[in-house]
Write a protein that binds this ligand. Structure first.
Ligand SMILES: [Zn+2]
Length: 368
């Protein structure tokens, strides 16, 4: 790390990530570290830290799409905040917090030499310098691993790697509709995505409570055991050190699913065909554009990746793509949730959304 950057990192509280449609970390009430509506502040930080260009994390793209799904009519209005609140109509705050979780999951390191990082809960915008150190160090090591998945769940050391590194560079990249490594078969990526969709669906329909353990949930979703500890609960996975939203845990969990669905429409994450005008089998919903293949993030040029995650890419997609587009798909899923449909009823729709025609296709970085 260059000295000048290190100095800035130590002096500043916030740094920058990449991956996925952009979003802006939320500022909680009482935190005076920054003003959420002040883009100039974010631009300054990002310019200094210089990870993936100043456009990353300055535009709340995920929030805008989510607000559109919840009925907001225009990009401008959907992005307007008053204090820390979006103008109405907009998604519930817990849904928006869940939408941010995939890119910014809180974590705690019990064994680290990084200054200021030990045994504190880290989540942007708090502990930004620690966050940035973990992120940049993790990225470097992931790239040196040459295709092996470095950051993954280990049952004998369940807290070995932070959720931050696992979700961006490790075994949880399916949370962004991406493969975990080059060569991963599309069928495996889709299995992992379907696992998360089912887990979340059973939370949102109150089948699982905050206290449901992975041991209990894995009766329905055995694959969970590959990624989480038996003793983990819905609460401990989603709300490490986070007090704000756990009473709205169903909305929060649903937000994490919307993030995944939204990312699956970023061209740098996976390839889709255009919709073909047919219905999804066993449902009354239009079939989304067929999934073709998944990409991996490690090895991609982050600037090329970032361009596909920008608001302009989303806006272009919404105006050029035949329906159902990503907002239509989000609205269909929201409607199914509002109707309290069971997982068995909605599973065919998620199959339509994420299963590829050729499950043996191997992931690579794609043209990015
Ligand atoms: Zn993402």
């Amino acid at each position: 790390m260059q000295w000048t950057i290190l100095v800035y990192l130590l002096a500043l509280t916030v740094a920058v990530p990449a991956s996925a449609f952009q979003l802006r970390p939320e500022v909680k009430n009482g935190e005076k570290l920054l003003r959420a509506s002040d883009d100039a502040y974010w631009r300054m930080k990002m310019n200094v830290v210089g990870y993936w260009g100043i456009e990353q994390f300055t535009n709340p793209v995920h929030e805008i799409i989510t607000n559109r799904i919840y009925g907001c009519g225009s990009d401008d209005g959907c992005a307007v905040t008053v204090g820390n609140r979006f103008m109405q109509p907009a998604a519930p705050m817990a849904v928006l917090a869940g939408v941010r979780w995939n890119d910014n999951p809180p974590f705690r390191l019990s064994d680290t030499s990084l200054s200021g990082c030990k045994n504190v809960y880290v989540q942007l915008p708090m502990q930004g310098s620690c966050w940035a150190s973990v992120f940049s160090d993790g990225k470097k090591k992931a790239e040196m691993a040459k295709g092996a998945v470095l950051y993954k769940f280990q049952s004998n050391k369940p807290e070995q790697y932070s959720m931050l590194l696992r979700s961006h560079f490790g075994d949880l990249q399916f949370l962004h509709a991406m493969a975990s490594r080059p060569g991963e078969r599309a069928g495996e990526t889709a299995d992992n995505i379907m696992m998360w969709a089912e887990f979340v669906w059973r939370i949102t329909t109150s089948e699982y409570s905050r206290g449901t353990t992975i041991a209990e949930a894995s009766v329905d979703v055995p694959l969970l055991l590959d990624f989480f500890d038996l003793r983990d609960t819905v609460q401990s996975i989603l709300f490490k050190g986070e007090a704000g939203y756990n009473k709205d845990y169903r909305d929060f969990a649903f937000g994490t699913l919307l993030h995944l669905v939204q990312d699956s429409y970023s061209e740098a994450h996976m390839a889709r065909q255009d919709p073909d005008g047919r219905l999804c089998e066993k449902t009354n919903y239009d079939r989304p554009g067929r999934a073709v293949r998944y990409y991996t993030y490690v090895g991609q040029n982050s600037r090329n990746h970032g361009r596909k995650d920008e608001l302009i890419a989303v806006t272009r997609q919404l105006s050029n793509t035949p329906t159902p587009n990503l907002v239509d798909v989000g609205q269909a899923i929201k409607e199914m949730r509002d109707k309290h449909l069971s997982w068995n009823t909605v599973e065919p729709y998620f199959d339509c959304l994420f299963r590829t025609a050729q499950p043996m296709t191997e992931a690579d970085k794609g043209p990015f």
